[in-house]
Design a protein around this ligand. Structure first.
Ligand code: GLN
Ligand code: ZN
Length: 776
């Protein structure tokens, strides 16, 4: 046994990969479009990696202690692991090189699909808005160590004089997140293959050791989650097995020292299991999870990497409070304590300095990735040299915290009085039967009413007008005229096709959350605050920093203008409180419940105004309701309570004859049936086409009483559905549930599609609906 190298006193679990100006996105998309070569993209990526290393050194992470993570990815870290272990699905077998590797074009094809070969499925990464590519593992999948990128990137950094710490998804998480290949026996689970996978990880570790790596980071977030398919006992056993093979049987110096990181939650029962293995360091998320309060057997020989700096939100840390947490960790009896982030920093933007137009006071409260690295460095110094050494920084951080606490707008008595004085009535509408009757009379819709989810294609002209307006090249009046012209086109199209409940098409919205953030008090938006959502896609979350209220109506003019063009009912279109929270950076100084209720009251005012203006149907989208569901089952009830209540608070101020719709972007109706029922919406549209509307069965089985619009076609694909296939789906649905419960609509909004696909698809939907109506 060789001596364990010391873990760096401070480190971060990962860093943004996309580049401060989305350089990687642009390079990769140019490559996909055939505008650049693989070599050019590789060169951009290498330059970006070098810049990241240099920046991290500048910010105070040492060059030679493995403090700097090597955690680059062209698309997704789980796909990268798939490439390392060679688990490429059979349909892409022809893309694999003679040596088993994927070149950049092949790697991109596995991520994006080609023709009839569907890409790997994409799913949300724990409780974040990042999406990973799901490995497909079957009894026959072969594993071999073929992907040498982690080693190549380590060597590249070393040649620059930087000793990095390679980061890879750990073997337990890799299999826990995988799905079984189609045709695998029903009792097969990917985790069954652990012992075939481990030798490949062992090969990789040997190779990294030979290249000179001192530490490797294996990310095992599956260990904090109860929301994955593997039973907890199985997961714990797999953990013990995996690290017996990788840490004990593969002894040092054949491998680097192992740092197992567990971001996004509390390790719970997995901590003693990991502590009982021979890994050299364990990382805890001490922002979402709690620190153990007594000694953990086994930890005395390991480094505890305390993730006290929040990797998932953007608020500057209260360094004094964090230092106290670090000092109190002594009771756990770890061999050493190092300072870390709770998660990788790729969930936050690069640098607050890139936001010169943000209010300077607000900016002084924020820490993006670069500021967080500096916080880690400071805390590490405080922990090893004592408080005095970082006296100045502690004071500065305390000042920022105090400024935030007392700044105007953060706590507004008039907002607090409203949320504090809510009675139970504010969360409840009258009986559904009564509403149903009143709405039927007012709306007078045919059986199987048809509608869309809200947005129509965002054409290049719309984007151009928005950009020109942003730059001041179009006046407000000119911009409004352009949007109204678009609304007229969209209304005419819907009338010609024969839809029953029309929408305005959302041309004025850049994004369904940012649009509302720009129009509500308590929010700010960034210019360069991009974070990766999946692959090359990025979003720019808004910052919810203060008490929320609505200075003036937001959608009322657009909606009433639309209604003035048609005698059909026009559906008002709002984003719900839970989704606004889920897709923003939300203040961390009060319970989410309070923040959600503030947003809900602002929306409630908007809904009241829409109703007063004569709008009879109002949709409040909650596509993120499922996304924020906590990873631990014990936390579900509280979440579902506040999230459902905030939706009800937003929507229950209306008359019985005003119809409330909601839209959910996933098909797991059965899983959160209770919550969907709790929303008490009159009509719920939900994704269903990819599962051939199987959810209609769930709805029937559950005896769900209100109306539903299971999507009849998949808008995520450019494919135009045929009249026959929609007719067949509808015929089946009409047999399964009551006629007056069923609406007809696509799976989701149409903004990412083109008119070439949208128009014939909607036409087919209408022809099919009429055919089924004729049989009634
Ligand atoms: N109303 C939104 C739209 O149609 C809903 C989008 C969503 O569910 N993500 O675009
Ligand atoms: Zn949707």
């Amino acid at each position: 046994m060789s001596e364990t190298p010391q873990f760096p006193t401070g480190s971060v679990l990962g860093y943004p990969r996309i580049g401060p100006r989305r350089e990687l996105k642009k390079a990769v998309e140019a490559f996909w479009a055939g505008r650049s070569t693989a070599d050019e993209v590789e060169a951009t990526a290498a330059a970006l990696r070098r810049r990241t290393r240099e920046r991290l050194v500048e910010l105070g992470l040492p060059k030679d202690t493995a403090a700097i993570p090597s955690a680059f990815s062209f698309y997704d870290q789980v796909l990268d692991a798939t490439a390392v272990v060679g688990a490429i699905p059979a349909r892409f077998a022809d893309l694999v090189g003679a040596d088993g590797t994927l070149d950049l074009a092949a790697y991109s094809t596995v991520a994006r699909g080609r023709g009839d070969d569907l890409p790997l499925e994409m799913t949300k990464w724990f409780d974040t808005n990042y999406h990973y590519l799901v490995p497909e593992i079957g009894p026959e999948t072969t594993f071999s160590y073929v992907g040498t990128r982690p080693v190549a990137e380590f060597v590249e950094a070393l040649a620059d004089g930087v000793l990095t710490r390679p980061v890879i998804v750990g073997p337990v998480t890799y299999l826990a997140l995988a799905k079984a290949t189609e045709g695998a026996p029903a009792d097969f689970a990917p985790i069954d293959r652990l012992h075939d996978l481990l030798p490949v990880y062992a090969d990789l570790l040997r190779d990294l050791a030979a290249a000179g790596a001192t530490w490797v980071q294996l990310d095992e977030p599956a260990l904090v989650s109860e929301s994955i398919d593997v039973p907890v006992e199985r997961l714990l056993a797999a953990t013990a097995d995996a690290y017996r093979v990788l840490a004990t049987e593969l002894a040092r110096p054949q491998r680097p020292a192992l740092f197992v990181a567990a971001p996004y939650g509390d390790l719970g029962a997995a901590l003693p299991v990991l502590a009982g293995t021979d890994v050299e360091a364990i990382g805890l998320d001490l922002v979402t999870g709690a620190a153990p309060t007594e000694a953990v057997p086994g930890l005395e020989s390991k480094t505890l990497v305390a993730g006290v700096v929040d990797g998932h939100n953007i608020w500057r840390a209260d360094l004094d409070a964090k230092l106290q947490v670090l000092e109190q960790l002594e009771v756990i009896g770890a061999g050493a304590v190092a300072v870390g982030t709770s998660t990788s920093l790729f969930h936050v933007p690069h640098d607050t300095a890139d936001e010169p137009n943000l209010d300077p006071t607000l900016r002084s409260w924020l820490a993006f990735a670069d500021q967080k690295v500096a916080e880690v460095v400071t805390l590490a110094e405080g922990l090893s040299e004592g408080r005095e050494a970082i006296h100045e920084q502690l004071l500065e951080a305390s000042d920022a915290v105090a400024s935030r606490r007392s700044a105007p707008g953060v706590v507004r008595p008039e907002v607090r009085e409203r949320t504090g004085g809510l009675s139970d009535d504010a969360f409840a509408r009258g009986s559904f039967d009564e509403r149903k009757e009143a709405q039927a009379q007012r709306l007078n819709l045919p059986p199987l009413p048809t509608t869309t989810i809200g947005s129509f294609p965002q054409t290049p002209e719309i984007r151009k007008a928005r950009a020109a307006h942003g730059k001041g090249e179009l006046t407000d009046e000119q911009y409004v005229e352009e949007m109204k012209a678009e609304i007229r086109r969209v209304v005419e199209l819907q009338e010609r096709i024969g839809l029953d409940v029309l929408v305005h098409g959302e041309p004025e919205r850049n994004d369904m959350v940012q649009y509302f953030a720009e129009n509500l008090d308590g929010f700010a938006v960034t210019e360069n605050g991009w974070v990766q959502s999946y692959g090359s896609r990025c979003t720019r979350p808004s910052i919810l920093w203060g008490d929320v209220s609505r200075p003036k109506p937001i959608t009322v003019d657009w909606t009433t203008y639309t209604q003035s063009l048609t005698s059909k009912p026009v559906k008002g279109m709002l984003t719900g409180p839970v989704t606004i929270l889920a897709w923003s950076f939300v203040r961390d100084d009060q319970p989410l419940r309070e923040t959600a209720n503030q947003v809900a009251l602002a929306l409630r005012d908007e809904i009241t105004d829409l109703e007063a203006a004569g709008i009879a149907v109002i949709q409040v989208d909650e596509p993120a309701l499922r996304e924020l569901l906590p990873l631990r089952a014990a936390d579900h009830a509280d979440y579902l309570d506040w999230s459902v209540r905030s939706f009800r608070l937003a929507t229950s101020g209306v008359r019985p004859d005003t119809q409330i719709h909601t839209h959910l972007c996933y098909s797991e109706f059965g899983q959160i049936m209770g919550a969907i029922d709790g929303l008490d919406a009159d009509v719920t549209s939900i994704e269903a086409a990819r599962s051939k509307m199987e959810i209609v069965e769930d709805i029937a089985a559950a005896g769900y009483p209100r109306a539903v619009g299971p999507g009849v076609y998949d808008i995520h694909s450019p494919r135009v559905p045929s009249v026959e296939e929609i007719t067949e789906l509808l015929t089946g649905a009409v047999k399964a549930i009551a006629l007056d419960q069923l609406w007809v609509n696509p799976d989701c909004g149409l903004k990412t599609r083109r008119y070439e696909e949208t128009t014939p698809s909607l036409e087919h939907m209408l022809v099919a609906t009429q055919a089924v109506r004729a049989t009634l």
